[in-house]
Design a protein around this ligand. Sequence first.
Ligand code: HEC
Length: 147
Amino acid sequence: MGLKSLGLILLSVAAAAAQPFPDGPGKDLVEAVCTACHSQERIVAKRGTKAEWQSKVLEMLQEDPDITQQERDRIVEYLARSFPPRVNVNKAGAKDLAEALELSAKEADAIVGYRSENSSFKTVDDLKKVPGLDATKIEAHRDRLEF
Ligand code: HEC
């Protein structure tokens, strides 16, 4: 293997480790504004609802006159969409489950009911076994699940 290809491999490893922000509207803005003081990893590690991101952005940017309200809204939208809260499927109540996983109230109740009669969920596949639950919704929100 030549030095050049080794260099390319190292570059791609470095890029993967940097965990770039997922694509979506507002990404460029967040990259420009939010990495002035710290790395992307600080942000990627955090999860929150829209309201939580809103107060985090306010805390970070405070009264900075260079960043308009419109830009702030765009940043919050991007963060809330890209880094939504996680939900513990063995502990969360029906309402939180419904909200985080975009389930119907009936589906969320089915999880809670199943959970109380069986042992706790250990994997995504365990969760998909709950009768009356749309497995595609679970799959779509896989990255929000905690066990
Ligand atoms: C003016 C500098 C500055 C800017 C700009 C900034 N931050 Fe921060 N941020 C900080 C400091 C200081 C900390 C605290 C560092 C620490 O705890 O080590 C921090 C920590 C964080 C944390 C981890 C702590 C926590 O509360 O979970 C997150 C998440 C975060 N910032 C998100 C953002 C986002 C999103 C933006 C863009 C809207 C942003 N930051 C822009 C200075 C900044």
